[in-house]
Ligand binder design. Structure first.
Ligand code: DAH
Length: 323
């Protein structure tokens, strides 16, 4: 461009000599030089476009990928055993007419403790190893990370006075860490509310759930008297098993394995949530989802669940939801 149109190019130099020509010659010479200059400019534009096109063609060729190539191998992502277990639990309880609900992980002291008959000085508070936040609620009490899923029962009872069945599954937090405890863990909580709910309903429901979950018809269970502040009477449910150093077989043998806590909702809890204990009964149960997954899939150490180790996930993960 500089060589043909620049200050020292033949065209520019020739244009400078026009002044010394006589008018007629200047006119023809000028027109000829202008035409030449325009021709050169047009040629330059054409060439520039050509070069840009070539560049684009080159880039398209070098940056393209062959979409017709096979992707190769099966997908490598896996469902975490917790996800798989939650799906299985949701399916079982939906089949029995339960709603599947959720609630927040940051809770009030009332929802986590006081409404559940665990008053400010109740000794059960100590066993919960609670993580408190700096932020406070409307009562000026510190907010906390829920220590159990029973909080969702309180929320549901406060919002709903009709008979209902629900489960809630989610993360809970306690300051505890070893082979069987993690500071973040998962629980399922269940609640059935109605005018004539009894412990017999509870036993049938839990036996049906455990049989379906472990895939063992009529899985033998036993209910042992226990204590929870929010239920009266309270029980723990064990399933029949044979346990050796190397293995655990459910549904046969002479030993019992503790699985979950349950009971009839305490009248104080119903009253705290604005229901009349004289006309409304409810049963509730709570259980660790991580533990259910460990038992069902033969996973020995809880810590692997939360480490995100690719080898662990590949080994214990699921390719799709298996019900
Ligand atoms: N919330 C109890 C816990 O985290 C579990 C539990 C026990 C829930 C008995 C219940 C119940 O609903 O009835 O240890």
């Amino acid at each position: 461009r500089v060589a043909f149109l620049g200050k020292k190019s033949p065209i520019t130099l020739a244009l400078k000599t026009l002044g010394s020509l006589d008018p007629d010659a200047r006119k023809t010479q000028g027109a000829a030089l202008n035409a030449l200059s325009q021709q050169v400019q047009a040629a330059l534009v054409t060439r520039k476009t050509e070069l840009e096109d070539q560049d684009l063609i080159h880039r398209l060729a070098s940056e393209s990928m062959d979409l017709s190539l096979p992707v190769g191998g099966a997908p490598t992502g896996r469902l975490h055993p917790i996800t798989q277990t939650k799906e299985a639990l949701a399916t079982i309880f939906r089949g029995m007419g339960f709603q599947v609900l959720e609630g927040p992980e940051v809770e009030t002291d009332f929802n986590n403790f006081t409404a559940l008959n665990i008053g400010p000085t109740h000794p059960a508070r100590q066993s919960h190893d609670t993580f408190y936040l700096n932020a406070t609620d409307e009562q000026g009490l510190p907010l906390l990370l829920r220590t159990h899923m029973t909080t969702v029962e309180v929320r549901t009872l406060l919002a709903n006075k009709e008979p209902f069945r629900m489960i809630a599954m989610g993360r809970c937090y306690r300051s505890d860490f070893d082979a069987t405890h993690a500071p973040m863990f998962h629980q399922i909580e269940g609640l059935v509310v109605g005018p004539n709910i009894t412990m017999a309903n509870m036993r049938w429901c839990l036996q049906t759930f455990l049989s379906q979950f472990f895939g063992i018809e009529n899985l033998p269970i036993r209910m042992r008297p226990s204590y929870f502040p929010f239920t009266e009477p309270s029980a723990e449910v064990d399933v029949l098993c044979t346990r050796t150093k190397e293995s655990l077989v459910l549904g046969e043998g002479t030993q019992w394995l503790e699985i979950l806590g349950c009971g009839m909702l305490h009248p104080n809890v119903l009253a705290n949530c604005g229901l009349d204990p004289a006309t409304t009964q409810a049963f509730a149960f709570g259980c660790g989802i991580d533990r259910l997954a460990m038992l069902k899939y033969g996973i020995g150490d809880l810590r692997g669940f939360f480490e995100g180790d690719q080898r662990w996930l590949t080994h214990y993960g699921f390719e799709g939801v298996a019900l």
